[in-house]
Design a protein around this ligand. Structure first.
Ligand code: AMP
Length: 284
């Protein structure tokens, strides 16, 4: 396994792979690798000749007062995990390498970026789209793997890829969870013991919605959301950012459930903001 730190070295390699007709899978991450990342790597390894894992804590996607500085960074540990998983290349550029002095260009996907998490985190998706676009240009992957955990991010990247004619297949991978249902996240390391005990409430609220939609055939979104709020509020450390039921492609809110819906929520557990979602099929 090789670690590449500069854009020019990475570009040289990707051009070589194109000439050799090799397929390339990209797993873009901010590091602090866990089982969720591992499932993306495994899938990429199955489907491509070469897998590139990017590790870059992208300052542009963090807002003022967010956790950019304290975000976990553990490159040595990540290297060991990536090597064990058979990753060929880690691309780990510095901030200066990605955003050299004089940098001025940003990519914004309108509408989809301003709702849900975009409403609470202004500029977040502009930062994500900018860095993902740069990674696509530098690495030229055949396929790029993203987790359903960040569902809105995935839909925005799909839109960007289509709108900007980027020749990359965007692939969604299922959410990997702890046994208690908590979606695995690098940010879970911020949680105290008590917070960790309470954090599965996101999953439990989603289970409640699933039961209401699938078993009880409930179709009133407002009522389902109300029941979910009730569940989340039963935990003393939890503070709701949002709970929404949306159409899975447009991310528009839905009042009456029919067909497949996306139920998603963002909840503060103490000082840590966690997100989770289910795709749930109601009656047509
Ligand atoms: P991050 O390092 O948090 O930016 O995540 C990098 C990629 O891993 C993104 O596509 C995430 O959606 C995905 N990911 C993070 N956590 C999980 C998880 N628990 N299950 C599946 N994919 C995940």
């Amino acid at each position: 396994m090789k670690i590449i730190k500069t854009v020019s070295q990475m570009r040289k390699l990707s051009l070589k792979w194109i000439r050799q007709g090799k397929s390339v899978g990209l797993i873009s991450t901010m590091g602090a690798l866990h089982k969720g990342h591992r499932s993306l790597i495994k899938q990429s390894r199955e489907e491509n000749d070469i897998s590139v894992l990017s590790i870059f804590v992208n300052p542009v996607q963090f807002g003022q007062g967010e956790d950019y500085k304290k975000y976990p960074r553990c490159l040595q540990k990540d290297k060991r995990l990536a090597e064990k998983e058979g990753v060929e290349i880690i691309f780990a550029p510095s901030v200066e390498e990605m955003y050299p002095q004089g940098y001025l260009t940003f990519v914004n996907v309108e509408n989809l970026s301003s709702v849900l998490c975009g409403n609470s985190r202004a500029g977040h998706f502009k930062g994500v789209c900018t860095v993902v676009n740069k990674l696509f240009n530098i690495i030229k992957p055949t396929r790029a793997y993203f987790g359903q955990k960040d569902y809105q991010q995935l839909k925005i990247i799909e839109r960007m890829t289509k709108d900007l004619n980027l020749n990359v297949a965007v692939i969604m991978m299922p959410i990997v969870r702890e046994e208690n249902g908590l979606a695995i996240s690098s940010r879970n390391s911020y949680l105290s013991g008590e917070e960790r005990r309470q954090a599965p409430v996101l999953f439990n609220a989603l289970k409640k919605a699933e039961e209401m939609i699938r078993v009880k055939k409930e179709t009133d979104s407002a009522y389902i959301i109300n029941q979910m709020e009730h569940k989340v509020r039963s935990q003393s450390k939890a503070k709701i950012d949002y709970i929404k039921i949306c159409e899975p492609e447009s991310l528009k809110e839905i009042e009456k459930i029919s067909g497949e819906v996306l139920v998603l929520l963002a909840v503060w557990i103490g000082k840590t903001r966690l997100i989770d979602n289910f795709l749930i099929k109601g009656d047509e």
